[in-house]
Write a new protein. Structure first.
Lengths: 172, 446
């Protein structure tokens, strides 16, 4: 596959990697079967090819959709860059170059980070989170929720009278 | 609104609405979703006086049942009136999304609507559907989905539970001969008396105890002591038992009987996307508000969102949430296309759908769980609070990695398909479009 560091190149490299892995699996299965192993036992060696396949489908869909719907953008690229680290076999120079581009894209996304998650339009009731509410009153909400804890219902919990006090007084 | 968050919104340089419309599948859908959410949530019925996490296990379950009933009433009385069942659909993303306002953990009705109803739709004959579906949709009955056994997996022929047909009474006699044959993880159990809710004679049911998540569903064990059910109650669309006990295989393709399972796996990709989107919304907003450290002496603490390490943690999650959503939309379109083919008698694409839904379910739920945990870590100690909702999201999604086909098992199923595809390509036969790259690889020996 031609590797040029572009998203299309990344997808092609994934396809090449997946094809290589499947090919290796088939070879391995055949070798093992030839040496007497059952066909079923040989399947155990094939999970990596499945992971690559899922990544390809996922990457391809997101890239194609990004192209047609949103325009090529930093979000899609960041995702593709992230994946290439994990599974693709590429050169050191490629990795250094991609790492630089990846970091540049993080900076590009930075101003839009909140907008990108606001776009999901998860209402506060659905998020159900002290940290994630739309108004960002994080600390106020944390405190409000903390005060609802049943342990705050009385100033001194009964465990003090039942256990701690006798313990302190050596009466246990 | 917190000033830092307000500033973030001011400097955003793209049209947020445009993206929302894309996520919802069009402006019309966004408008309808907002309206439905208003109807369901503005009455405040989803609110709890005491946080759910502060309740005992029994109180949590009782509260979830209370809210399930409330929510079902809202759906039946208000939402269906507004949209009509046709357009809303019981498994619609809006219903799923809105229900999260009611259930921090899980709805006790989830299995009924998520598995039982689709199974009736997929496995019952038209006559059986006419009898059971209205009752199930109207919540006159609540069904379960009892498959896994305590000591065994889901290999149907390897299970110990027996169902012996008695032609004299035209009944199946269900029996659990050993402890290991007890059904485990069944949900929303309803094999009980309609009035008193007492277990019927010959039925042993109970709760299996606290779990990592899913604690507000009536997940339980189920055993049969020669319990009898009528022959007509066997779902007979794909396999039939005649009155004399003769077994008739109706389905033209063996995998058709796995229809509900494939449907659920397809839906779970969307589930993974939705929950990751929630987690990253929480983590990004928090990271805009939270300030930390003093990188330059005398300067104020920066927003943690300004640190590249934080961006690395979070932006991958944003990208993946969008990616999973797009993948899920594509998988859903593929699923509906395959269903259309099946209705016309074509089963060629079924193995591919089975493989695709298997590997995408495995990867999306696994990635989503890992990234939700990354969101929690991105929120430091505050993310450890249950009130952040991040631990709930994690425990919920990590369950989806396990059920309806564990991660590794599903990858192995996909592997089987891939190896067969390679062999097809090697033999010069055509392969499915998603694997067309294999032909080039085989030719080029790369």
């Amino acid at each position: 596959a031609s590797w040029d560091g572009s998203p299309d190149g990344i997808i092609k490299s994934f396809q090449a990697t997946a094809a290589g892995k499947i090919s290796a699996c088939v070879t391995s299965i055949r070798k093992r079967v030839k040496s007497g192993m059952t066909f079923e036992d040989a399947w155990e060696l094939t999970t990596h090819s499945s992971i690559s396949e899922a990544d390809i489908i996922s990457l391809q869909q997101r890239y194609e959709e990004h192209l047609t719907l949103i325009r090529p953008n930093a979000v899609g690229l960041v995702d593709a860059f992230e994946h290439r680290d994990e599974h693709s076999s590429i050169s050191e120079a490629d990795i250094i170059s991609l790492q630089q581009r990846y970091e540049e894209h993080l900076t590009l996304i930075r101003p839009n980070a909140v907008g990108l998650v606001d776009a999901f339009e998860h209402r506060d009731e659905i998020l159900n989170s002290t940290l994630g509410a739309y108004d960002g009153r994080v600390y106020e909400r944390l405190m409000e929720e903390a005060l609802k804890s049943p342990l705050n219902a009385e100033p001194v919990n009964q465990s003090f009278h039942k256990y701690l006090k006798p313990f302190f007084q050596g009466k246990l | 609104v917190n000033e830092d968050l307000a500033k973030e919104r001011r400097k955003c340089n793209f049209d947020i609405q445009e993206l929302t419309f894309i996520i919802d599948g069009g402006e019309k859908n966004t408008i309808a979703r907002r309206k439905i959410e208003d109807i369901a949530l503005n009455g405040g019925a989803s609110l709890d006086k005491i946080p759910e996490e502060c309740l005992s296990p029994t109180e949590k379950y009782e509260n979830a049942v209370r809210k399930s009933v409330l929510y079902s009433k809202i759906v039946k009385d208000e939402l269906l009136e507004f949209t009509g069942l046709e357009s809303l659909g019981l498994n619609s993303p809006v219903i799923r999304r809105t229900s999260d306002a009611f259930f921090k953990d899980i709805s006790p009705f989830l299995l009924h609507l998520g598995m039982f109803v689709p199974t009736i739709m997929g496995q019952c004959t038209a006559e059986q559907q006419a009898y059971w579906l209205p009752r199930a949709l109207d919540m006159q009955i609540i069904g379960t989905y009892a498959q896994t056994e305590l000591g065994h997996g889901t290999f149907i022929r390897g299970l110990e539970t027996t169902a012996t047909y008695d032609p004299d009474t035209e009944e199946f006699v269900l029996h659990s001969p050993t402890l290991t044959s007890y059904k485990w993880w069944a949900g929303g159990l309803q094999i009980r008396d309609k009035e008193t809710h007492m277990p019927l004679p010959g039925i042993k049911v109970g709760d299996i105890g606290p779990k990592m998540g899913f604690n507000t569903a009536d997940n339980g064990f189920l055993g049969f002591d020669k319990f009898r059910i009528p022959r007509e109650h066997l779902m007979m669309k794909n396999a039939e038992i005649l009155k004399d006990g003769t077994y008739v295989k109706v389905a033209r393709h063996g995998k058709l009987t796995y229809g509900t399972m494939v449907f659920v796996r397809v839906v779970l990709v969307s589930e993974a996307a939705f929950n990751l989107a929630k987690a990253i919304t929480i983590a990004v907003r928090y990271s805009a508000v939270r300030r930390q450290s003093e990188p330059r002496p005398g300067q104020p603490e920066p927003q943690i969102l300004d640190y590249m390490t934080q961006q690395h943690k979070l932006f991958i999650c944003i990208a993946t949430a969008h990616a999973l959503q797009l993948t899920s939309d594509w998988l859903w379109r593929t699923f509906t296309a395959v269903l259309k083919d099946l209705r016309e008698g074509h089963t060629d694409s079924l193995p591919e759908l089975h493989a695709l839904s298997s590997c995408l379910k495995a990867i999306s739920t696994s990635d989503s769980a890992a990234l939700i945990e990354q969101c929690r870590l991105a929120c430091g100690g505050h993310g450890y609070m249950l009130s952040s909702n991040l631990p709930f999201l994690y425990s919920f999604v990590t369950a989806t990695r396990t059920y309806e086909g564990d991660y590794t098992v599903l990858l192995l199923q996909t592997a089987r398909f891939l190896v067969k595809a390679w062999e097809q390509a090697e033999a010069g036969n055509p392969v499915t479009p998603t694997l067309s790259y294999l032909c080039d690889a085989v030719k080029g020996k790369k």
